[in-house]
Design a protein around this ligand. Sequence first.
Ligand code: ASP
Length: 282
Amino acid sequence: MKLIIHGGFFSESATNKEVKQAKQEAMRDIVQLGHQYLQTHSALETVVYTVRLLEDNELFNAGTGSQIQSDGKIRMSAALMDGKSLAFSGVINLEGVQNPIDVAEKLLHLPDRVLSGQGAQDFAYKQGYPYYNPETPQRRSEYEQKLADALRSGTGTVGCVALDADGNIAAATSTGGKGFEIPCRVSDSATVAGNYADSFAGISCTGVGEDIVSGAVAAKIVTRVGDGMSLEAATAKTLAELKPFDGFAGVIGISAKGEVYHLDTHLYMVWAAYDEGVKVFD
Ligand code: ASP
C-alpha cells in the first residue's frame, strides 16, 4: 500500500521559512492520516479522503484558501479517477462549496461525469452540500495586492495518488486555479492532462495548467508506463517534452509495480509520500 500527495508549487513563499515549515508539517500529518486510512479503505476512497484534508487546510490553494480570480470570485476545480473502472469525474469552476472533491466523487458513477460553473453548483446543492465561502483573509489580501500591482503569484494545488491492498490505483486533484485569471478560465486539474489513472499507474499534476494541457502530462505518463516504461523514465520523458516551451509542471505518481515518484520542472514543489516510512520535500 502506497500513497503520495502534493501541495502544489511554492514559488511565492519559497523564501519564507515559516510558511515552508508549516507546509512541510501539514504534508507530513496528512500523508500519515491518508496512509492510515488506506489500511482499511480502497485507493479510490483514500484519495478522496486525503484530498478533502488538503482542501480543508488553508495553506493550500484548493477548497478553503483557494486563490481568487480576477473578478474577485473563487472558482474551484477538482477531478477524480478510478484506475480500476477507468471512470473519470470532475468539477470545473465550481463556486460556494467546501469540498469540490466530494462533488467530483458524487459524479463518478453517473452518466454525466464532468460539470462546470452554475450546473456544478446546482448539482452540489441538490446533493445536499450547503453554501460555503472558501475565501480566507490571506487570499483576499493577496488579491487586493495583485489588483494594486497587477501581479501574478505562484501556484499551490493539491493532489493524491494511492495504491491499495488489492493493487488498485486512484488519483485525485483539486485546485483554486492559477490566481487572478480571466473569470472561468479552465484549469488542467479537472482534465486528463492533470489527473489520470489506470491499472498501470496514477498521476496528479500541478503547475501552469496551460503547459500541463499542452504536454498532455498525466495521460501521457500513464500511457507510457502501460507501454512498459518505468514510472521514472516515463515522467522524465514527458516533462522533458515541456522544455521547448519552458513548461512549468510538477508531477506525483505511483505505478502498479509499487514505484512512487515525484518530479518537477521548477524548484519547490511541495510533496510527501508514504513509502516504507514518510518522506517529505525539503
Ligand atoms: N494547475 C493549476 C492550474 O493551472 C494550478 C496549480 O497547479 O497550482 O489551474
